[in-house]
Write a protein that binds this ligand. Sequence first.
Ligand code: KIV
Length: 276
Amino acid sequence: MRTTTYTVKEYKKQKRKIVALTAYDYSTAKVLDNVGVDIILVGDSLAQVALGYENTLSVTMDEMLHHAKAVVRGVKNALVVVDLPFLSYQVSKKEAIYNAGKCLQIGASAIKMEGASESILKTVKKMASIGIPVFGHIGFTPQSVNALGGNRVQGKTAEHAKELLKQAKDLENAGCFAVVLELVPSETASLITENLNIPTIGIGAGSGCDGQILVTDDLLGKYLDFKPSFVRRYAETGKESERALKNFIYDVQNGKYPGINESFYMNEQESEKLTR
Ligand code: KIV
């Protein structure tokens, strides 16, 4: 059954935890969908993880759409959300709506935007009013990495936690269907979760959230440049791939690949004609 923005709000009411992961390509999206992931985010972490940029600021709207199209083709059930990248929604409401609309036109079901400033809230309101579901994102917001002075935990004081709660409530009132809480203390995340009607999806935000999101390549041990402390690796596919690739190199260099069953042959009659 297709997961919708309505479904995830129901999950919160039922206290059923929501599982969200990132995907940037067709085959990964298909695996995530098959195993029952609720939300698949075409995150702008695409920048570092799949495109090798230093941070999320470099990825463009066109790059996001290119990968989002592949993800959409691989998904039958999950809710596909596309991150609006840096500068695609901050300059004007008109541009934001146009870019969000493009995500829906290629088959995604919602978009995600970072922050809760006055202008973001106005954009969320407008989007909600014209049928564009918005996933909010507060706490550490990677597109503001320069302003925040690095990947730092946010909401560490009671005062800042209350400020984040206000931001979350503002996003809910503006029409967001869910909100990501990134890099915040468990207490802050729980306070926000308990005071919202929409689900909170945590990343580095403790177990009190309504759901959890991770970068799939982190969880699978595939992206090896950096491992945030909140990540649990459920597999070491990077290391396993390295082992497999070394075996392939060895087999090719030593004439062990391809074997008989991995090759095609003429029938005997045709083959004989070659030597006549
Ligand atoms: O881009 C991303 O991967 C994110 C996280 C919340 C997973 O925004």
